[in-house]
Design a protein around this ligand. Structure first.
Ligand SMILES: NC(=O)c1ccc[n+]([C@@H]2O[C@H](COP(=O)([O-])OP(=O)(O)OC[C@H]3O[C@@H](n4cnc5c(N)ncnc54)[C@H](OP(=O)(O)O)[C@@H]3O)[C@@H](O)[C@H]2O)c1
Length: 394
């Protein structure tokens, strides 16, 4: 009997974090929680600590530390605060696997720390890879870390690819990767009505239950744009090797087509516990709590080409990838500012793509050679995006 693997869950209080703890709780013989982190959701984090008894609980927001200490009292869990504590629990020597599930750019440094420390990195935080792709993939290769995708699409591709693709996709006989997309809640909304879409409508995803930011990204299809960039990095794919198809039922999570005409697909219910269990246990398979698919009950699977007039964020992401350098970090930063403004009611839904485009025009040329320049591109893009918002409000 081997010792349980120690796991750090970054972003434990979020949608992916909670699903991860659900899977872990099903396998106490295999996994034990080393650290749980949040930004400032003290009550939720304290309840998770009482159940999972981690060695450390981290809140990124230093001001929330006292409340967490008071909620936990004298127990087995030590409370740490601040962004440097996130890095420490992501790279601690005892840790085997790190679930990188902080949303947005805030996840970059701890996710990168896990990659540099040679952990099994379960990557949900796609923004980290979009911002720092080359740096991140080099860190994985240098440290010997294992990178397992949690995004359901990339996890599906990983499952459909042959075990070794180090010599390139073509050498492995792969002709095309197809990412599926549900099309979000506004797939059929008349174009003229999109400007009046509310945050409540945008976060109500038809198939998946997710955090607010990724739900808005799904509604604009920026999520698929970020995933396109993520796929290019993860699988060393060229842009023309990655296709996107709308599949409203979210049952096929993605596909890999081979030179001989075969296409392999991964299917399952739209429940993130499946890719999480896959990545935790890989190459073994464990129970995730998700029911097996009943194809007769599903009945119908549909596919459509994405409409890039309706979803301009897709073309923006492709353009940022083609530009290279810091353009994808700029795309990500501008999108984060835009989504925040949309959720706060100060930017219309269609303004999200306009703001991202304007910011890419201003600073899409910035470099991203090292972590300092990635962070500088992120900061500059945020400033330009906020100036654009201020001008619009004036
Ligand atoms: N949800 C899905 O089904 C899904 C699917 C595929 C990929 N992903 C990706 O997974 C990541 C997480 O998504 P989610 O839907 O789980 O998000 P979420 O529900 O909004 O949760 C975000 C988590 O990150 C923490 N956090 C937020 N800001 C932080 C900061 N500045 N410093 C440290 N921690 C911070 C939050 O803590 P508080 O609770 O304290 O705010 C929370 O634990 C995203 O990158 C998303 O694109 C999600």
């Amino acid at each position: 009997m081997t010792e349980p693997r120690l796991i750090t869950v970054l972003g434990a209080t979020g949608s992916i974090g909670k699903s991860t703890l659900d899977v872990i709780a099903r396998h106490p013989d295999r996994y034990r929680v080393f650290a749980l982190t949040a930004n400032r959701s003290v009550d939720c984090l304290a309840a998770q600590c009482r159940e999972h008894r981690p060695r450390y609980a981290v809140v990124a927001d230093v001001a929330a530390g006292a409340a967490l200490k008071a909620a936990l009292g004298e127990g087995t869990t030590e409370v740490l605060t601040g962004p440097e504590a996130l890095v420490a629990v992501a790279s601690a020597s005892e840790v085997h696997s790190v679930m990188a599930a902080i949303v947005g750019a805030a996840g970059l440094l701890p996710s990168l720390a896990a990659a540099r420390a040679g952990k099994r990195v379960l990557l949900a935080n796609k923004e980290a890879l979009v911002m720092s792709g080359r740096l991140f993939m080099d860190a994985i290769a240098t440290s010997g870390a294992e990178l397992l995708p949690i995004d359901s699409e990339h996890n599906a591709v990983f499952q459909c690819l042959p075990p070794r693709t180090a010599a390139g996709l073509e050498a492995a006989g792969v002709a095309r990767i197809t990412l599926t997309a549900s099309g979000g809640p506004f797939r059929n909304t008349p174009l003229a009505d999109l400007e009046r879409v509310t945050p409540a409508q945008a976060v109500a995803h038809p198939n998946w239950s997710m955090g607010r930011k990724i739900s808005v990204d799904s509604a604009t299809m920026m999520n698929k744009g970020l995933e396109f960039i993520e796929a290019c990095w993860l699988f060393a794919a060229r842009a023309e090797q990655v296709d996107i198809v709308i599949h409203p039922q979210s049952i096929i999570h993605s596909l890999v087509s081979y030179a001989d005409g075969s296409t392999l697909a991964q299917l399952g219910h739209p429940d993130m516990r499946t890719p999480i269990a896959h990545a935790l246990a890989w190459p073994a398979r464990i129970d995730s709590g998700v029911e097996l698919l009943d194809l007769v009950q599903v009945g119908r699977l549909e596919f459509h080409a994405p409409d890039e007039t309706r979803f301009p964020c897709l073309a923006l992401a492709r353009a940022a990838w083609a530009a290279g350098g810091g353009a994808t970090a700029v795309l990500n930063a501008a999108n984060e500012v835009a989504v925040e403004a949309f959720l706060a009611g100060s930017l219309g839904f269609t303004g999200i793509a306009r703001l991202v485009e304007a910011t890419l025009d201003r600073c899409g040329h910035l470099p991203a050679a090292g972590i300092e320049s990635v962070l500088a591109a992120d900061a500059e893009a945020r400033q330009r995006a906020r100036e654009w918002l201020a001008r619009k409000a004036a």
